[in-house]
Design a protein around this ligand. Structure first.
Ligand code: NDP
Ligand code: HSE
Length: 328
């Protein structure tokens, strides 16, 4: 049986999740895809720490080791920030590797460039995990766009802040306590300022805008307000009135064809579709011309939901390459 070699760039919450799922589903994936996947390299900064027993020999801090490995065909990327992630994936594509990323900071800015490069090199880019964790919003939107136009997207795109708002409301936790717990659970970014300031939701919104409208609004014109502007008292006062704060990201194409985006806390009442979306859940509503409004919801962050959609991307890519439809 053919063996495909893969590398995992980054071995924190998401990278370890990919490794665990690939191991747990090894036989099923082999049967369904007709190929064996071998994780041959794992790239980290600090190679002295074995995060998962039995992986020490796979660790490297040198990306050249990935491309020196014969038969390398798939690169999973779960590191942080635009660089070196973009340069690593650019090299991977030029090396004819399929790439699968969770890195929205990089992808919001350089996603189109990577996809064009991949097209030229005859490989695929999977980026389901860049938006809304385990919610299959990219796949869903790609399918919808085959027939429908999307005119507006509204949603909760950050799991950390939705979790924090929920715990502050339900348990009376302080802002700091709720953030610390979100970090412990692996929901928050390496720098949680990105979550609480709205920057993380903003990057995800830009990826959705690219997909839905083929363009993004000028970043400087998008108002981005985080939940760091809210206090526990604000949340309690809203709750007493039957209202809930949600951190909402929205983008629309107006009648003049302009793309307008905004990210900010919003007070919603019990009639609003985002009212029941609690904990680490995300929800994305799309307004379309034929279907009407469609909302997809599910866990928006965390090791397994995120890693799972990345392994799905892998299965889909290998299935496409082999010319068959994979049903998992
Ligand atoms: P972690 O902080 O848990 O892990 C990051 C990993 O990347 C670490 O292993 C770190 O190495 C490695 N790394 C960072 N910089 C470099 C570098 N320059 N070169 C090599 N390795 C590097 O992050 P997460 O796993 O939480 O997130 C990874 C990516 O996935 C991020 O882009 C994040 O936005 C995205 N994401 C995260 C989700 C989540 O729920 N956590 C959900 C969806 C997307 P070392 O261990 O040596 O420091
Ligand atoms: N920190 C991000 C969140 C991870 O909480 O939504 C998922 O992208």
């Amino acid at each position: 049986m053919a063996v495909i070699k893969a590398a995992i760039l980054g071995f924190g919450t998401v990278g370890q999740g990919i490794y665990h799922i690939l191991n747990e589903k090894r036989e099923e994936l082999r049967e369904k895809l007709g190929v064996e996947l071998e994780v041959a390299k794992i790239v980290v900064r600090d190679t002295s720490r074995e995060r998962v027993p039995g992986t020490q020999h796979l660790l490297t801090d040198n990306i050249d080791d990935v491309f020196a490995e014969k038969g390398m065909q798939v690169v999973f990327e779960a590191i942080v920030n635009e660089e070196p992630a973009f340069s690593y994936l650019q090299r991977a594509i030029e090396h004819k590797c399929h790439v699968i990323t969770a890195n929205k900071v990089m992808f919001a800015k350089r996603g189109i460039e990577l996809q064009e490069l991949a097209k030229k090199n005859g490989v695929f880019v999977g980026y389901e995990a860049t938006v809304a964790g385990g919610v299959p919003i990219i796949k869903t939107m790609k399918n919808i766009l085959l027939v429908n136009d999307v005119s507006r997207i509204q949603g909760i795109l950050n799991g950390t802040t939705n979790y924090m708002l929920t715990k502050m409301r339900q348990e009376g936790w302080s802002y700091d306590q709720a953030l610390a717990e979100a970090q412990r659970l692996g929901y928050a970014e390496a720098d949680p300022f990105n979550d609480v300031s709205g920057q993380d939701a903003f990057k995800k919104l830009m990826i959705l805008s690219d997909l839905a409208f083929g363009e993004q609004p000028a970043w400087s014109e998008v108002e981005v307000i985080g939940i760091d502007t809210l206090t526990l008292d604000d949340i309690k006062a809203a709750n007493e009135k039957g209202l809930r704060y949600r951190h909402v990201a929205e983008v629309e194409k107006n009648a003049e064809g302009q793309i307008i985006g905004k990210v900010a806390p919003m007070l919603v009442n019990a009639e609003h579709p985002l009212f029941p979306i609690d904990d680490v859940f995300n929800a994305v509503s799309m307004e379309t011309n034929y279907i009407g409004t469609l909302t997809v919801t599910g866990p928006g962050a965390g090791m397994y939901p995120t890693a799972s959609v990345m392994v799905e991307d892998y299965a889909e890519i290998i299935g496409k390459r082999a010319g068959f439809v994979v049903s998992i």
